[in-house]
Design a protein around this ligand. Structure first.
Ligand code: GKR
Ligand code: MG
Length: 447
């Protein structure tokens, strides 16, 4: 008897939701007086929150850098999102075309020529990096909306997770006890200016979130002092991988001396020198693994750095690489070249942390704990703040990013942005001048 032909179920054809509106809300969030090679953090730092609405009623959230050039770019590109399906991530990435001019030469988003570290220490600031940082928030919002429409978490839209928790490192900074200006926010972490302070801070981070690895932001004090801080950390936390990142603030000679002192103590040095040639020579001389979020920050920077073996670990920032799909593509390139991959972070809130966690959950070769500034942020625009357990965050199975907007907080932080025009661009140099009026940034090398 012939077997009965199985009845094919009729596919239910549904069209993806279409974007009908985009809201851009610039905000200022409280920040601690964290020191780096180029100055100190302002009391408040800008972020941009993106909300998309769709014809199906689902909405999506994204977050990115919020300085004026990002806001200008987002304002310029947002209307093009309207009418696009939320699933059109690759088309979203092409919005605005590619423009590799230096940002200062760009008529829409220019004006940074006098502040080379505005928005963070992230390498050369091209127009395209700003565009991609904006696109990244659009893509995150589209993925969030798609996930909400389908009842699927964002990691599932990226191909599925390979881990249930994502590890983050405790990101330690030298810092002042308070900002040098009145009416600034206070923080609970106290002053950190020497090795004992660094160890105390690591203990607080450990108590706060059980972090199992630590990164110290360096380039602040003479390198011997920072080596002493790392050595003290290694003694206090013997099983914890450690890293030191002076944001390109050392000469090759200084970096070589530091690498020799810290061989076997740190898992890598991050951006010890500012350029490909210096990093390549340092690695050749010392064998020290080198990570970067400064010399490999865009597609055209990959090949020169990899060919010269200047970098062993790339720290992706999903904002300036252009989103979560682009981050996975970078991870694939790193895999092909035998390079490690992990994640960079700048001051950010929970929407970006959710996005980082979803994409990190899908990258098989993520061998190092990701960076995050999140513990430094006392404010957020999501209803339930993330907390760290053993230095990690559970990957959410809720639809979309798994975070909800706290509209009252968004309004409050936007009101702050409206009332503090002087702080709408992150400017670590200006913030430092509040304490040292004659301060001049040492770009590189500082030591
Ligand atoms: O916020 O001071 C800071 C950091 O130095 C930041 O600007 C960097 O982009 O954290 C970043 C890094 O790893 O270089
Ligand atoms: Mg770095």
């Amino acid at each position: 008897m012939a077997a009965a032909t199985p009845r094919r179920r009729k596919a239910r054809l549904t069209m993806p939701p279409v974007i009908t509106d985009v809201h851009l809300t610039p905000i200022l969030i409280a920040d601690a007086p964290l020191l780096n090679v180029g100055g100190v953090h302002q009391p408040y730092t800008p972020r941009l929150i993106v909300e998309i609405e769709t014809d199906s009623g689902v909405t999506g959230l994204g977050e990115t850098y919020g300085d004026h050039h990002y806001l200008a770019m987002a304002t310029d590109l947002a209307p093009s999102l309207i009418g696009m399906p939320v699933t059109a991530c690759h088309a979203i990435r092409r919005l605005g075309g590619s423009d590799t001019r230096m940002l200062a030469d760009n008529p829409i988003a220019g004006g940074l020529a006098d502040n080379p570290i505005a928005g963070g220490l992230r390498g050369t600031l091209t127009t395209d990096k700003v565009r991609l940082s904006v696109i990244s928030a659009f893509e995150t919002a589209a993925l969030d909306a798609t996930g909400r429409a389908l009842g699927l978490p964002v990691y599932a839209l990226l191909g599925g997770k390979v881990r249930d928790r994502v590890d983050y490192s405790g990101y330690l900074f030298y810092k002042w006890a308070e900002h040098p200006v009145s009416d600034a926010p206070t923080d609970e972490w106290g002053e950190v200016l020497d090795p004992d302070g660094v160890v105390r801070l690591a203990e607080s981070f450990s108590a706060h979130g059980g972090f199992r690895s630590f990164k110290l932001k360096g380039g602040v004090f003479p390198p011997e002092e920072e080596v002493a801080a790392i050595t003290a950390l290694a003694k206090a936390f013997p099983d914890h991988p450690l890293r030191l990142d002076p944001n390109g603030g050392w000469s090759l000679a200084t970096a070589t001396a530091v690498a020799e002192s810290l061989t076997g103590v740190v898992e890598y040095l991050e951006d010890p020198t500012a350029d490909v040639a210096g990093m390549a020579e340092l690695h050749r001389r010392t064998g020290m693994p080198l990570a970067t979020n400064m010399i490999v920050t865009a597609v055209d920077e990959i090949r020169p750095a990899f060919d010269a073996d200047a970098v062993q670990v790339v720290l992706s920032d999903h904002h300036f690489w252009g989103g979560l799909h682009a981050t996975r593509e970078l991870a694939a390139v790193c895999h092909a070249y035998g390079k490690g991959v992990s994640m960079h972070s700048n001051t950010h809130l929970g929407i970006s942390l959710a996005a980082m966690t979803h994409v990190a959950a899908t990258v098989a070769d993520l061998d190092y704990a990701c960076d995050t500034h999140y513990p430094w942020q006392a404010e957020d625009v999501i209803t339930e703040r993330f907390s760290f357990t053993e230095g990690s965050i559970a990957v959410s199975d809720a639809p979309g990013l798994g975070v909800d907007l706290d509209r009252d907080e968004l309004d409050r932080l936007h009101h702050r942005w409206q009332t503090m025009p002087a702080l709408r661009d992150r400017d670590d140099v200006a913030a430092m001048r509040a304490a040292e009026p004659g301060y001049l940034p040492h770009i590189s090398p500082k030591y």
